[in-house]
Design a protein around this ligand. Structure first.
Ligand SMILES: [Mn+2]
Length: 336
């Protein structure tokens, strides 16, 4: 069937019968938006399971109703998830016990293995390089790319690939954590260091953080002193409301801090834990999904382009994936 025939044959109101993301009928080639799954959780600190996040999102997406009144034609763009990089899952499974042994040694005040550290660091570099070259490959073909993690360390290569093409780009991070630690637990490519690495290894012009409520002193210094970083702490966002303001007031300030082109990195733990109870490091407080989508719509209405995004730290659970897959669908509607 041609793409046109597939469009004519597809029943948007019916059951999903295609074994593709959202039950859409299009192949990778026929899709405008390519979703890259990264089954990776080498550096997770608390709860594991996010290695299976992409698969859970894939399954949950088939239950998502595809009609959006503002974007009734979204499905026709085509959204396809590429095959899981099995070698990365295997590598993640191999390295995870080395990280656990390392943390255990550090907790018992013993010297952790240097050989293991070299293996972990090399593995993380391999993952980053795979992500960067895979994303660059699809961007060159004129596709838009979305990344589904895996832990929050996964999008570094994506952000590098994108900022090479869009040097004026900024990053908008939704997160409970600042992720500005320098080599957390001695690991350069920790999920807790993703935004430190983005600031030091890519050319992004600004970082706006929203929902932040768990951070250390060193991270606080960076938030205060690095001119590229603007942080909207959860307590300040709530304070606006406690004192008679509303979410719209907060969103206006967030949007003011953004450049004309942004990459959106959604750590689901930025949401209230009720929407992501099985994420690795849940923290009380945070946004609702609709607050996040309101922010995304305001960004779009101000003609700020969302040129790429990721959703990461999705727990291996139907409910968590149910929320994440809907966010994926809705945010794709605003992807440039
Ligand atoms: Mn994070």
């Amino acid at each position: 069937m041609t793409r046109e025939e597939k469009i004519n044959a597809f029943d948007i109101n019916g059951l999903s019968v295609h074994d593709q993301l959202f039950g859409l009928p299009f192949s990778e080639d026929e899709s405008e938006i390519i979703v890259v799954p990264v089954p990776w959780e080498v550096t997770v600190s608390f709860g594991s399971g996010t290695v299976d996040g992409p698969q859970f999102v894939f399954e949950a997406s088939k239950q998502v109703d595809l009609f959006l009144p503002d974007h009734p034609e979204l499905w026709k763009r085509g959204i396809a998830m590429i095959e899981e990089p099995r070698h990365l899952r295997a590598l993640s499974n191999d390295l995870r016990p080395l990280v656990e042994a390392r943390i255990h040694a550090m907790e018992s005040k013993k010297e952790p293995s240097k050989v293991d550290l070299e293996k972990i660091e090399a593995g993380c570099r391999e993952m980053n390089e795979w992500v960067q070259s895979t994303v660059a490959f699809y961007l060159q073909k004129g596709k838009r790319v979305v990344l589904i993690g895996g832990d929050h360390s996964t999008p570094l290569g994506y952000i590098k690939a994108l900022s090479n093409i869009y040097p004026e780009m900024g990053v908008l991070q939704i997160d409970a954590h600042a992720d500005l630690r320098v080599a957390y637990e001695g690991l350069t490519y920790s999920h807790a260091s993703i935004m430190h690495n983005v600031l030091s290894e890519t050319g992004i012009t600004s970082l706006t953080q929203v929902g932040i409520r768990d951070f250390c002193h060193q991270e606080y210094d960076v938030m205060k002193n690095d001119e590229r970083v603007t942080t909207f702490f959860d307590r300040d966002m709530q304070k606006v409301r406690f004192e008679g303001g509303n979410w719209q007031n907060v969103v206006e300030k967030i949007v003011e801090s953004l450049p004309r082109q942004i990459y959106l990195s959604v750590d689901v733990d930025g949401l209230q834990p009720v929407f992501c109870p099985n994420t690795g490091t849940p923290v009380h407080g945070g946004l609702t999904p609709e607050e996040l989508l309101y922010l995304v719509r305001k960004i779009y209405s101000k003609k700020i382009e969302i040129i790429g995004f990721d959703i990461n730290e999705v727990g291996a659970s139907e409910w968590d994936a149910n929320v994440a897959s809907r966010l994926l669908w809705h945010i794709c509607a605003y992807l440039k």
